[in-house]
Design a protein around this ligand. Structure first.
Ligand code: NAG
Ligand code: NAG
Ligand code: NAG
Length: 478
């Protein structure tokens, strides 16, 4: 009886302790739980402009965001359907400060965000605010992004004389994890030839503009699929692979060699190509094909060449300017949908235009990333910076994420080989043509390596010939 009673009190004690503990744990963790749930935001007004005039789709999104919760917010989430995230090549966000004429923009950091439970596989990007957004405060942000491979040719095949039509899929309302009070979207098409578009009233078309909205009070994750079918004859120029080799020589030159695998990614060409029809019915034949592309090269470029498997192509034209030079690249035949061309472009530029000394005495290259061809998508870009022999500790500064590794390259007269910094990036658009830097340390003694090698080679040759002559004499004597 007594033992039993003691057992009962001790289990009661245990229960008490358990209770106290669980209360303690709850109070300890509850702030954590609360802060991990997103602060309550609401979008007061949203305006989206989608530019469909090229094959690279550019979207600008202006959002006015209000904090309707009690805790301050430091980030704003952007939601994307999973099909769009794979084609998202570039994104940038700015905070808009001031009003009207005094308006200025402040760049904000944008990063992919990993929120697991997005409905229907929604993917997120986070915009990090510089100043926290307090309760009932609001902020205006402007987001720009570019999508590639998002226009689907339909019909899939066209003949030489037909125009190219494409489908674009999107939503009439903006996909967002927040409630949107008022919003409007406009799509700009390259011409006013729009075959069809989904109506989500109010919808209006005027000229090259298709307007959806204004829509009021859409709950979070609202989505309303629309398909636009329209004419787009712009060159669908896609470089499936581009390797750019930048070789630094401290002897005054920067040698650039670019290996292109270019394709026309539009509607496939049906039937054979008739040059007679192509030439006699210009500009109505081969509307969606392209004859040439413009490459923007640095000013002061020299020794430019352009060749394919057959040999040098002399039809290219070069215009040298003080700010930039332009090279008109003209393949041997016009490119139709599904056709490909491989070629090499090479040029030299003065090293002093791109190679500098940093404050710590190290050297750095400052050159443009991306592809010199205008309005082109690069599926896979590899930039190889070949450092001079004897360079050490290379480090790269690039304003976006990419893969990097080091390789070694040996060319004639090299003793220890050259370090090659290899940078790789997929899905590259013209917005990636921004400067990047490769810093490295260099021992000037290596400047003498090549001439010394040459001198040594001559000296050896000289000694060998003397020895040979002596031998010869010796033989004749006997
Ligand atoms: C998710 O997908 C289902 C079926 O495809 C659809 O009915 C629903 O509206 C979608 N929900 C959201 C939030 O997009
Ligand atoms: C092509 O042009 C480059 C540079 O002008 C020259 O060095 C090369 O010999 C040429 N090749 C042929 C096959 O003509
Ligand atoms: C690199 O060059 C660009 C112009 O081409 C210039 O605006 C930028 O300041 C340079 N960056 C560095 C770190 O020198």
């Amino acid at each position: 009886m007594e033992i039993n009673n003691a057992g009962a009190t001790s289990s009661l004690r245990l229960l008490q302790i358990c209770l106290i503990f669980s209360v303690l744990i709850l109070t300890y963790f509850s702030p954590l739980v609360r802060s991990s749930s997103p602060p309550e935001l609401r979008i007061l007004s949203a305006e989206r402009r989608v530019d469909l005039s090229s094959h690279i789709i550019r979207v600008s999104l202006t959002l006015k965001v209000e904090n309707i919760g009690t805790s301050p917010a430091s980030e704003i989430l952007l939601a994307f359907p999973p099909t769009q995230v794979d084609h998202l090549a570039w994104i940038k966000a700015d905070a808009v400060v001031g009003r009207r004429k005094k308006k200025s923009s402040l760049p904000l950091e944008v990063k992919p965000s990993t929120i697991e439970d997005g409905p229907n596989g929604t993917k997120y990007y986070s915009i990090f605010l510089v100043n926290q957004l307090g309760s009932s405060e609001s902020v205006s942000v402007e987001v720009l992004y570019a999508l590639t491979h998002s226009l689907e040719p339909f019909p899939v095949e066209i003949s030489q004389s037909e125009s190219q039509l494409v489908y674009y899929h999107d939503s009439a309302v903006i996909l967002s994890p927040y409630h949107i009070k008022s919003q409007e979207t406009s799509f700009r098409t390259p011409s006013n030839k729009v075959e069809s578009f989904t109506r989500v009233e109010p919808t209006a078309q005027s000229g090259t503009e298709l307007k959806y909205g204004p829509y009021e009070d859409r709950t979070s994750y609202s989505y309303s699929a629309v398909i636009i079918h329209f004419e787009n004859n712009n060159p669908f120029a896609v470089v499936e692979e581009l390797i750019r080799e930048i070789e630094i020589s401290h002897w005054g030159n920067l040698q650039i060699t670019e290996y292109y695998k270019l394709a026309h990614a539009g509607a496939r060409q049906k039937g054979g190509f008739s040059r007679v029809e192509y030439q006699s019915r210009q500009p109505f034949s081969g509307l969606s094909s392209f004859k040439h592309l413009l490459a923007e090269l640095p000013p002061r470029v020299h020794s430019v060449y352009y060749r394919d498997e057959i040999g040098n192509i002399s039809s290219s034209r070069l215009r040298i300017g003080s700010k930039k030079s332009e090279l008109l690249i003209e393949p041997r035949y016009p490119l139709f949908g599904g056709w490909k061309a491989t070629f090499v472009v090479g040029y030299g530029v003065p090293v002093q235009d791109f190679l500098f000394e940093s404050s710590d005495g190290a050297r750095y290259l400052n050159y443009s990333f991306g592809c010199p061809l205008a309005e082109t998508v690069v599926d896979k870009l590899t930039v190889k910076v070949v450092l001079p022999e004897g360079s050490e500790d290379p480090s790269v500064v690039v304003p976006f994420q990419l893969e990097q590794r080091l390789e070694k390259k040996y060319s004639y007269l090299d003793v220890v080989g050259r370090t090659v910094v290899v940078l790789e990036k997929r899905n590259v658009v013209p917005e990636h043509n921004s400067p990047f830097q490769v810093h490295y340390k260099f021992n000037p003694i290596f400047m003498l390596a090549e001439p010394l090698m040459l001198v040594a080679a001559f000296f050896l040759f000289f000694v060998a010939s003397i020895a040979y002559l002596h031998m010869d004499l010796a033989i004749r004597k006997s």
